[in-house]
Design a binder for this molecule. Structure first.
Ligand SMILES: Cc1cc2nc3c(=O)[nH]c(=O)nc-3n(C[C@H](O)[C@H](O)[C@H](O)COP(=O)(O)OP(=O)(O)OC[C@H]3O[C@@H](n4cnc5c(N)ncnc54)[C@H](O)[C@@H]3O)c2cc1C
Length: 347
C-alpha cells in the first residue's frame, strides 16, 4: 500500500477558492516578498505543452533563502507552492494556477566533479538541464549519466519524478540531494534512499525543493576511451537519434500516462490497442507516432488536453479494466481523477 505523503499537508490539497479569496492571499504574498513576487505571470509558456494560463504569483529564486521565503509566504497565505523546472512534465490549466510558482535562477546552474573515497561524483544544481548534465559528464571523462541526454527536464524535476530511460533512472546513480524544506524553513541533506524514489515518482512533497543533487559516475574502462568500445560521445549520439526516430516533436510533455504495474506494462500499448492513436479532440491529439503522447496545437487549450486524457483513460478502462494514472503533473485543474495510485502526486 502506498503512503499518502500529503494527507496532512494542506498546502497541496486542491482548494477551490473564490476570486476575492485568491486576490487577498496574493496580496499577502506580495506584501511579504516585495519585488521578488511577480503577479499574473504566464506559466503555460514555461511548459513544453506551451498551453495554459498564468501563475497568480511567480518568484525567480536566486538563493536557497529566496526559495524558503517564497515557500513560507505561500504557506502563510494558505496558497499552494509549485516549483517549476523545465515544465516538461506539467500541464497548466487554462484558468492558471492559484498559487505561488517558484523558478530557480541561474545560481542553480552549476556542475562540478568531486572525487570521493567511493569514486567520482558529479554535483549539479537543480536547474541544470538533464541533457546538459549528460554532455558535461562525458566531457569530464565520466560515464553513467549518458541516458539523461534524452530527457528534456532539469535535475530537480528529474529527481522528483525519478526520471529515466534507456535502461536507467535517477535511482541508478543518485547519491543524495540538498533540499529546501520550505514547510520547516530549513535546508537539509537527504540520501537518495530517503526520497521514496519509485517508477516515475517519489515521496518528495511540493514543499520539498531540490536545490542540488550528487550522482555517482564511473571512469570508463580503456576499451570505452576510443579503443573499440562504445564511447560516451557515441552513446549520446545514439540516444538522441533514437529519440528523434521514435518520439514525436511538437508541443507535448512526453508520456502522458504512467506505465501500469510499475512499468511492467505499457500505457502506450493499451492506448494503441484501444484504437486511439491519432484521435483528435478539439485542439489536442493523441500522437499518430506514439500512443502515449498527447500533442497540443499551437495556441491550443490545456483543458482540451485534459478532456482528451479523460476520453483515452475511460476507453482503456472499459476495454482493459486498468485505471491509467497521469504521469504529467496537472496544475490548477482542481481534479484528482488521474491520481489513482499515489495521491501524493497532487499539485
Ligand atoms: C519529449 C519529451 C520526452 C520525455 N521523455 C521522458 C523520458 O524518457 N523519461 C522520463 O522520465 N521523463 C520523460 N519526459 C518527462 C519529463 O522530461 C521528466 O518528467 C522530467 O524529469 C521533468 O523535469 P522538469 O524539470 O521539466 O520538471 P517540471 O515539468 O517542471 O516539473 C515536474 C515535477 O517536478 C517538480 N519539480 C521541478 N523542479 C523541482 C525541484 N527543483 N525540486 C523539487 N521538485 C521539482 C515540479 O513541481 C513537478 O511536480 C519527457 C518529456 C518530454 C517533453
Amino acid at each position: 500500500m502506498n503512503v499518502d505523503a500529503n494527507a496532512t499537508d494542506p498546502v497541496t490539497q486542491p482548494q477551490p477558492l473564490s476570486r476575492p479569496e485568491v486576490s487577498e492571499r496574493v496580496a499577502e504574498v506580495v506584501a511579504r516578498l516585495g519585488s521578488l513576487a511577480k503577479v499574473e505571470e504566464p506559466l503555460g509558456v514555461r511548459t513544453t505543452y506551451r498551453v495554459g494560463g498564468a501563475a497568480r504569483v511567480l518568484v525567480t529564486a536566486h538563493s536557497a533563502d529566496d526559495v524558503v521565503a517564497a515557500g513560507q509566504a505561500a504557506i502563510e497565505a494558505r496558497l499552494p507552492v509549485l516549483v517549476v523546472g523545465n515544465g516538461s512534465n506539467l500541464l497548466v490549466a487554462d484558468a492558471g494556477f492559484d498559487g505561488v510558482a517558484v523558478v530557480l535562477g541561474e545560481e542553480f546552474f552549476d556542475i562540478s566533479r568531486a572525487n570521493t573515497a567511493s569514486g567520482p561524483q558529479i554535483v549539479a544544481g537543480a536547474a541544470v538541464a538533464l541533457p546538459v548534465l549528460a554532455r558535461r559528464s562525458v566531457a569530464l571523462g565520466l560515464a553513467g549519466l549518458e541516458w539523461m541526454v534524452g530527457v528534456p527536464g532539469t535535475v530537480g524535476g528529474g529527481v522528483r519524478m525519478n526520471a529515466g530511460g534507456h535502461g536507467a533512472d535517477m535511482i541508478t546513480t543518485l547519491v543524495g540531494v540538498t533540499i529546501a524544506d520550505v514547510a520547516a524553513g530549513r535546508v537539509i541533506e537527504r540520501d537518495a534512499a530517503e526520497l521514496g524514489l519509485r517508477f516515475r515518482g517519489s515521496t518528495l512533497k511540493s514543499t520539498d525543493v531540490v536545490l542540488s543533487a550528487s550522482f555517482r559516475a564511473s571512469v570508463p574502462p580503456m576499451a570505452d576511451a576510443g579503443h573499440g568500445g562504445p564511447t560516451g560521445e557515441k552513446l549520446l549520439t545514439d540516444i538522441v537519434r533514437w529519440r528523434r526516430e521514435n518520439q514525436p516533436g511538437g508541443q507535448n510533455a512526453g508520456s502522458v500516462f504512467v506505465n501500469p504495474y510499475d512499468g511492467a506494462d505499457s500505457a502506450g500499448r493499451l492506448v494503441d490497442e484501444a484504437g486511439l492513436k491519432g484521435l483528435r479532440h478539439k485542439s489536442a491529439q493523441v500522437s499518430p507516432k506514439h500512443a502515449n503522447f498527447i500533442q497540443a496545437d499551437q495556441g491550443g487549450s490545456a483543458d482540451d488536453v485534459l478532456e482528451l486524457m479523460r476520453i483515452v483513460a475511460d476507453k482503456v478502462h472499459s476495454l482493459h479494466g486498468i485505471k491509467l494514472r497521469s504521469e504529467v503533473r496537472l496544475v490548477g485543474f482542481n481534479t484528482t481523477e488521474f491520481q489513482t495510485e499515489h495521491s501524493e502526486d497532487r499539485q
